[in-house]
Design a protein around this ligand. Structure first.
Ligand code: ADP
Length: 176
């Protein structure tokens, strides 16, 4: 599914983000940038040790913020590491922090002069965010950014499983 907002294509695809050819792919990292399971582990495995070497130098990233490293051996030139919130019932600022993780990543990509970016479903795995709420927040943040900025031409959401992909599609239709 695809939609154009202002000058940006917002796209939903099912797939493995490590294979993306966008300028940057986004990693759902932890605040120590220590690597982990899920998409984080997959990105480090596919991109090789240069990514972790830069993560160690950076040292960490607060929840809701983003940092950038090389893409190592990935097709994407850069990895933007952002930290989504752990879902603890919804009353601990999770929505604001998840929105901020997307917005911070987009701002960083813009600042670096990038034109395309791919996101996984941040916080929707081990961090336990309900997928429909996370999808609405993720897509709203991207639509807001696209409404106000023209530099990023493509924002692609790369969803790993069909269920997540279907839920993102439902939420995107509601928001358009
Ligand atoms: P978090 O800790 O932020 O919840 P996870 O990595 O556990 O991060 O999960 C985030 C989402 O990324 C989940 O929907 C998971 O299915 C998905 N995912 C896992 N591996 C990949 C991959 N290679 N490409 C894209 N998405 C992936």
């Amino acid at each position: 599914m695809q939609a154009t907002v202002n000058q940006t294509i917002i796209e939903l695809v099912r797939g493995d983000i490590t294979e993306e050819e966008t300028d940057a792919i986004v990693n759902a990292a932890n605040s120590r940038l220590a690597g982990g399971a899920g998409v984080d582990g997959a990105i480090h495995r596919a991109g090789g040790p240069a990514i972790m070497a830069e993560c160690r130098k950076i040292g960490g990233c607060p929840t809701g913020e983003a940092v950038i490293t090389t893409g190592g051996r990935l097709k994407a030139r850069y990895v933007i590491h952002t930290v989504g919130p752990v879902y603890r019932g919804g009353g601990h600022g999770e929505a604001r922090l998840l929105s901020s993780a997307y917005a911070s990543s987009l701002k960083l990509a813009k600042r670096r002069g990038l034109h395309s970016i791919a996101f996984p479903a941040i916080s929707c795995g081990v961090y336990g965010y309900p997928i429909n709420e996370a999808a609405r927040i993720a897509l709203s943040a991207c639509l807001d950014f696209a409404g106000e900025n023209t530099e990023i031409q493509l924002i692609r959401h790369v969803l790993f499983d069909q269920n997540t992909c279907d839920i993102f599609a439902v939420e995107l239709r509601k928001l358009l």
